[in-house]
Ligand binder design. Structure first.
Ligand SMILES: Cc1cc2nc3c(=O)[nH]c(=O)nc-3n(C[C@H](O)[C@H](O)[C@H](O)COP(=O)(O)OP(=O)(O)OC[C@H]3O[C@@H](n4cnc5c(N)ncnc54)[C@H](O)[C@@H]3O)c2cc1C
Length: 560
């Protein structure tokens, strides 16, 4: 992987951080400037601290340490022996580097030893780390979601007990939701919290029995577990599930780790809970609806950022290769089809990044409003965050898959060989549109929010921010009208029809949103006018195709 610093060399990411993100709005909500405990005098100082950290240590160690170790981590992978998970040396050193740089508690509040940085900084850090080694993100990027869930919903005692050790990285986290018969449909979770067991009135301790599978870092120290706590005959489905914190110990057994296609530096564990002591988080029966939903929103943003980092890596590898590789007496980048693939890879890497960071910003504003107990703002931003996050995750992960596909194509036969990093990137990226909810689940969620009108004002707000390039804007306005036509049509349709066309209608929304976001970017960086022009040029036929699919879907069962 080329590069000295994966943050400063990523011009688009740096531009978003320097020019596009409204740090003042975020800092005003998330920090109490003027308070004794606040380390910043103003939003500018906070911004300088965040971006300074992204440059060094994050961008620096990603390029100089994590990236050079990625091949070794992938080749050796995590091993399983006598109930223990053994990490490759490169992974151990990566984790130590993250701890030494005090990055493991990036979003954890300062009072618990963390940095208390906004989600948007964390998203950028996850992207940069994933560009170097996507599997490392499953420690670094998972940590935030687990810690934030504890922060948000656990008792003060549990916060004191776990968050400081998560901030230093002494403790890492896992989330155990999936079971053999409960994947996309988490309401089917059956692991039974043994409510028959006597609860020690002093500790209030529960016990969990059951098996969870596909648990990333299941060998970690702090495991958040979704389990059935209520009698299924009285409270069926999600209403019978609660959320628990289980600490690693003798009663939590890693039965095996999966032998898998990619992210070899991230152990995927089957866990067996054998009467494991568990702390209830929050209220009984709210495990799925409240706490898992909350955790998954954070985790989905992180996976979107992971995919974004892989896409950037694939793009950079392809640009380098196309420059060096010569055929017919000239570098392959000079052939029109290769040049077009490279241009497309850049435009769509930037497109998914635009939506991902716009979403991150909304998540920050929502969290800030919630902490300040601003009711109206919390509701408004919360609605947006819930609708945008699955769509951004869907888009980043699908785009990244396409970019890795093209990266292999640009490398020709070499791309198929382990000698070049794109082979690993192609394997690593494949999980991103599956875990934390498949793309199908994300667009189902997205379409229900779109039809409800939850993103109408948001789109109108994006349009208002565009003041230049009227011809290009007119094209996006046309697509926005098509979106409204489709949503009005879908209001009259049943859920089955809506889910059938969900990817098409959601894609129209994405084209409109990214079209406006690019045009707003173009007002601050001339280069983006060309990016917007290319994206909007591609968009018109795509929107028309998706409109037709939406208005006239045909589902057939073929049984020859
Ligand atoms: C490497 C790896 C790491 C993981 N890490 C974790 C972890 O840390 N914690 C955790 O709890 N889980 C984890 N998972 C589980 C992961 O989240 C699930 O695999 C994923 O959500 C899909 O569930 P499933 O595999 O059961 O697929 P299924 O739910 O069986 O889905 C199969 C297919 O059916 C489709 N489908 C299902 N329902 C619908 C629907 N309503 N509409 C349209 N299509 C549908 C899916 O999109 C998919 O194409 C991990 C999985 C892997 C592979």
């Amino acid at each position: 992987m080329p590069g000295e610093n994966f943050y400063t060399e990523n011009k688009d990411l740096k531009f978003l951080m320097d020019e596009i993100i409204d740090w003042k709005a975020i800092v005003d909500l998330k920090e109490k400037i003027g308070d004794e405990e606040c380390p910043y005098d103003d939003a500018e100082e906070a911004k300088a601290t965040y971006l300074g950290m992204l440059e060094d240590p994050v961008g620096d160690i990603a390029a100089k340490r994590f990236a050079p170790r990625a091949e070794e981590v992938d080749t050796i992978g995590c091993q399983y022996k006598d109930g223990e998970v053994i990490f490759p040396e490169g992974l151990k050193r990566n984790l130590q580097d993250l701890m030494d740089a005090q990055l493991m508690g990036m979003t954890i509040p300062r009072e618990y030893g963390g940095l208390q940085f906004p989600e948007t900084v964390y998203t950028a850090a996850i992207e940069v780390v994933s560009q170097a080694d996507a599997s490392l993100m499953n420690f670094f990027g998972l940590q935030g979601g687990i810690a934030e869930t504890i922060m948000e919903f656990a008792s003060d005692e549990l916060k004191q007990q776990y968050l400081p050790r998560m901030s230093t990285g002494e403790f890492t986290g896992a989330m155990a939701l999936t079971e053999p018969d409960a994947g996309s449909d988490l309401a089917a979770v059956s692991a039974k919290a043994d409510i028959e067991a006597e609860i020690d009135p002093e500790t209030g301790m529960w016990h969990i029995n059951g098996t969870k599978r596909f648990i990333t870092n299941g060998c970690g120290d702090v495991i958040l577990v979704l389990a059935r706590s209520e009698d299924a005959s009285r409270k069926s489905g999600g209403r019978g599930l609660s959320f628990f914190l289980v600490e690693k110990g003798d009663t939590v057994k890693v039965r095996r780790i999966e032998n898998k296609l990619g992210i070899h530096g991230s152990p995927t564990c089957e866990l067996y809970f054998d009467n494991s002591p568990a702390y209830l988080i929050g209220r009984r029966g709210m495990g799925l609806a409240r706490y898992t939903a909350w955790l998954m929103l954070a985790a989905r943003l992180a996976i979107g950022a992971q995919a974004q980092g892989i896409a950037e890596a694939a793009l950079q590898e392809s640009l380098k290769y196309a420059e060096e590789r010569e055929q017919f007496g000239k570098p392959i980048r000079q052939f029109p089809q290769v040049a077009a693939m490279l241009a497309n890879m850049r435009v769509y890497t930037e497109a998914s990044r635009a939506l991902l960071y716009a979403t991150s910003e909304i998540v920050d504003l929502h969290q800030g409003a919630e902490r300040r107990e601003l009711k109206e703002e919390t509701k408004a931003y919360g609605k947006l965050a819930e609708a945008l996050t699955p769509i951004a995750k869907y888009y980043s992960t699908e785009i990244a898959n396409k970019i890795c596909y093209d990266a292999i194509q640009i490398h020709g036969g070499n791309g198929f060989m382990k000698d070049y990093p794109v082979e690993r990137l192609y394997r690593d990226v494949r999980i991103t549109n599956i875990y934390e909810g498949t793309s199908q689940i994300q667009v189902n969620w997205g379409i229900s929010r779109l039809v409800r009108g939850d993103l109408n004002e948001y789109i109108a707000g994006l349009a208002e921010k565009v003041t230049r390039n009227p011809e290009l804007k007119a094209e996006v306005d046309k697509a926005a009208a098509v979106l409204q036509e489709c949503l009005a049509f879908l209001k009259e349709k049943d859920v089955g029809y809506r889910e059938l066309i969900a990817p098409h209608a959601v894609d129209i929304f994405i084209d409109v949103a990214v079209g406006y976001l690019f045009l707003a970017q173009a007002e601050k960086w001339e280069y983006k006018v060309e990016v917007a022009r290319k994206f909007i040029h591609d968009m018109a036929p795509r929107v028309e195709m998706n409109r037709q699919y939406t208005l006239d879907a045909l589902l057939v069962e073929l049984n020859p």
